[in-house]
Write a protein of this length. Structure first.
Length: 158
């Protein structure tokens, strides 16, 4: 656990990209680094944390907001990684891949949808063929999070 940067390939262009890549290649790292209040301190994780202030240097954010921005992004990147690891464990435990699990549970979901009590929730599934894709969900949320941070930085420097 002392090595945090993924082995092989080019050095990630941003601390976020490096963390995401590490979590993708070694899903256990997300769980190992999940605590925001009791973090583990392997040497390369400390190097990662030191790179973050460099990435935000010159934004005009006060230290309090800068560290909260860092922890928000860190938590955002960790969340999907922890979820992916949980999904992998569930598949190992049940022996069912996602598609089989979904097919097996479709009658239950269909019965809930048929009540008509959840029209707004049902809309994406009835109008379009909505299938949650972890990468698409991650990119959608990250884009909105970064947009919000950009607004905060522009308000701070204005």
């Amino acid at each position: 656990m002392g090595r945090f940067r993924p082995i092989g390939g080019p050095r990630p262009s941003t601390p976020l990209a490096g963390l995401r890549r590490c979590n993708t290649r070694r899903p256990w790292t997300a769980q190992a680094m999940a605590s925001l209040t009791r973090p583990t301190v392997p040497p390369n994780a400390v190097k990662y944390t030191e790179r973050v202030p460099r990435a935000r240097h010159g934004t005009g954010l006060p230290p309090f907001e800068a560290i909260h921005t860092h922890l928000t992004l860190f938590a955002y990147v960790q969340g999907p990684a922890v979820t992916a690891e949980s999904e992998t464990r569930a598949e190992q435990h049940t022996g069912m891949p996602d598609a089989e699990w979904t097919a097996r549970n479709a009658p239950c979901f269909g019965a809930i949808a048929a009540t008509g009590n959840h029209a707004l929730l049902n809309t994406p599934f009835t109008r379009d063929r909505f299938e949650p894709d972890p990468e698409t969900l991650f990119e959608f949320g990250l884009r909105r999070t970064l947009d919000g941070i950009a607004v905060m930085i522009s308000e701070t420097s204005a």
